[in-house]
Design a protein around this ligand. Structure first.
Ligand code: ATP
Length: 310
């Protein structure tokens, strides 16, 4: 086992009204070669948890063992075992991606660093075109890919990636997920912090859904989905304001995200839902619709919105 998190609790504030339980008795384990997804909305407590795993902050209660030793006792050791891609961009100034990634590789692996790995990584992510561009001239996505490469060039036993695909184009996102998957072949474990539930579903072995400091569910994506597995989901592309559309009565756990509207339903309600969707198209209220079995996103929405859909 790589990581054993036991009842970790972190409270911010003075204990009065401003008391904020950012992590509330969190318990989980990560095994060698496993990809563990940490899913949660803004403010759910993900970064607070990661900071404690890295020994940057101390739990108020509970303990964290990393490769058999307490992080609380040896915080600096934790930072040598883990490599991290932080949520914010890593400023590399005038360094090029090639220089920044090579420097990180030498710092982490010393004489064991193989410079050929930088080129192989850039090839895998199709980012050779920026290899020699100064950091300050890189696009947001290229910067994000560079900080990803810096985290994985000489990975520790545990790699922590915080929203690695933000600003990255869809094609390179796929390459990036493949690189993450390849990392685990030699036993490296990964914690993937993300809001992007659907992308994560394809990559993670296990996932925890976090809300207001607590784990609402943890398990494999299929275990998590089982809570809503007998439902179908309909996804609509809106051509109108959300307020102009009347969601059908069969809808469960409806959720809007920009011009996307999602809802789940009992399979028996699929035929009338299709009739309803066709009618909305005829009236110009939606552009198109799609139907699919429930996804982990549905489970996530149902759990975090507190709606019972099972
Ligand atoms: N240093 C701090 N002092 C006080 N409150 C804090 C501190 N750090 C985090 N918090 C609070 O703890 C809660 C959890 O924050 P955290 O940053 O861990 O969430 P998150 O899930 O990482 O969010 P995001 O997805 O937006 O990064 C929030 O309510 C936040 O305001």
């Amino acid at each position: 086992m790589i990581l054993d998190v036991k009842g970790v609790t972190k409270v911010f504030g003075d204990g009065g009204k401003s008391r904020n339980m950012a992590n509330d008795h969190l318990t989980f384990r990560i095994h060698e070669g496993e990809i563990f997804g940490l899913l949660g909305q803004n403010g759910a407590g993900k970064t607070t948890l990661v900071n404690q795993i890295l020994g940057l902050s101390t739990p108020d209660r509970g303990d964290i063992d990393l490769l058999g030793e307490s992080v609380i006792q040896s915080p600096a050791r934790a930072r040598s075992i883990c490599s991290v891609q932080p949520q914010s961009q890593v400023p590399i100034g005038l360094l090029t991606p090639k220089q920044a990634v090579s420097l990180m590789g030498k710092m982490r692996a010393g004489n064991n660093f193989d410079p050929k790995r930088v080129g192989a990584l850039f090839d895998a992510l199709n980012m050779q075109e920026w290899a020699n561009t100064p950091g300050e001239k890189l696009s947001g996505g290229a910067q994000r890919l560079t900080s990803f490469c810096m985290a994985v060039i000489a990975p520790g036993n545990l790699v922590i990636l915080d929203e690695p695909t933000n600003d990255v184009d869809p094609v390179r996102r796929r390459y990036l997920w493949q690189v993450i998957r390849d990392l685990t072949n030699d036993g490296t474990s990964v914690i993937l912090v993300t809001h992007n539930v659907l992308e994560a579903e394809r990559t993670v072995d296990r996932v925890a859904i976090m809300h207001e400091g607590k784990f609402l569910a943890q398990g494999s994506p299929s275990e998590i989905k089982r809570s809503v597995s007998n439902h179908m989901r309909m996804e609509l592309s809106l051509a109108c304001e959300p307020a102009d559309i009347e969601i059908p009565g069969c809808a469960l756990s409806a959720h809007q995200n920009g011009s996307r509207l999602l809802f789940s339903m009992d399979p028996a309600n699929v035929p009338p839902a299709i009739d309803w969707a066709k009618d909305q198209i005829d009236r110009g209220l939606i552009m198109d619709y799609s139907l699919s079995p429930t996804t982990i996103e549905d489970a996530y929405i149902a759990l975090t919105s507190g709606k019972a859909v099972g």
